[in-house]
Design a protein around this ligand. Structure first.
Ligand code: PXL
Length: 286
């Protein structure tokens, strides 16, 4: 069984970060090891947030794991609570380099052209240093623009989006995947655009765009976790991305059908059987 280490916060209420990564990676049939970066009473889109930063503990946990000789098949980072934490993760990656280990970075920093509450304008520059060490990065447009210190614009052309991805790879990432991209041929299809620097290839996949009437929180975390789980199950990056797009659409659809439509997160719970079925179908085919 693959062992995936995921490094992100635990928002006690909020259906994001470790709250979705743990169940989704487990559903993929992989072992989920966690390193919480912070404990938050709720995620930062709420108004009253109590936060305990775990930077000091992270360093000690890494050391304790190294003393145990613990290694991971993949390392998946999400919301990091401070620039110091980015340095800690980079140090860990550099001193524990294992051949064949997948480094997957979701530079969770913002959405809709704005950084999440609490992040300083210098944070994306630090996050770019972590992205440079990744095999796969999955920014949304806000994060991609912030990483490159470019203006956020919703009307970038297809060629300009590809150029963003090429630039992200030029900084070091092997594959750069832009999330939340509309199909240029069909405005009802939403998905991903990937550039792979190893073989200079472009891949895109679009699933159903679910009209929700309001922005949904936590979909980036659901998407990234589903992709990491599918990779741990053995799928190619293209197949894992396609499944993650479809699963995220199912989570949004489940949310639209729920009676209580909680504003702070999607209903990934009721969509999990779909994800498990797709992973099982893949396993039965190979
Ligand atoms: O969903 C990304 C995320 C993760 N963790 C925390 C957040 C957010 C987005 O707002 O606030 C604490």
């Amino acid at each position: 069984m693959k062992r995936v280490l995921t490094i992100q916060d635990i928002s006690c209420v909020g259906k994001c970060s470790l709250g979705v990564a743990l169940p989704i990676i487990s559903a993929a049939g992989a072992e989920a090891a966690v390193l919480p970066t912070a404990v938050l009473s709720v995620h930062t889109a709420f108004s009253h947030v109590y936060k305990r930063d775990l930077s000091e503990d992270m360093e000690k946990i890494f050391s304790a794991w190294q003393a145990e000789g613990l290694t991971f098949d993949s390392v998946y980072t999400g919301y990091l609570a401070s620039q110091e934490q980015i340095d800690t993760v980079i140090r860990y990656l550099d001193c524990s380099a294992e051949s064949g280990r997948l480094v997957f970075v979701d530079p969770a920093m913002g959405d809709f052209g704005r950084l999440y509450a609490g992040f300083h304008a210098s944070f994306p520059g630090e996050m770019a240093r972590l992205c440079a060490r990744a095999d796969v990065i999955v920014p949304n447009l806000t994060e991609a623009c912030a990483l490159l210190d470019m203006p956020y614009r919703e009307d970038y052309s297809w060629e300009q989006l590809l150029d963003l991805l090429r630039r992200l790879c030029a900084e070091g990432a092997r594959s750069a995947v832009l999330t939340g991209v509309f199909s240029p041929k069909n405005a009802n299809r939403l998905g991903v655009l990937k550039y792979d620097s190893r073989d200079d290839t472009v891949f895109s996949y679009f699933g159903e765009y679910i009209q929700t009437g309001q922005p949904l929180h936590g979909t980036g975390d659901v998407f990234a976790s589903a992709c990491v789980g599918a990779l741990a199950a053995g799928m190619s990056l293209e197949d894992a991305l396609s499944l993650a797009v479809d699963f995220t659409a199912h989570c949004a659809a489940a949310w639209t059908q729920a009676e209580d439509r909680r504003w702070y997160g999607v209903d990934f719970e009721t969509a999990l059987p779909y994800y498990i079925d797709r992973i099982r179908e893949y396993r039965e085919k190979i």
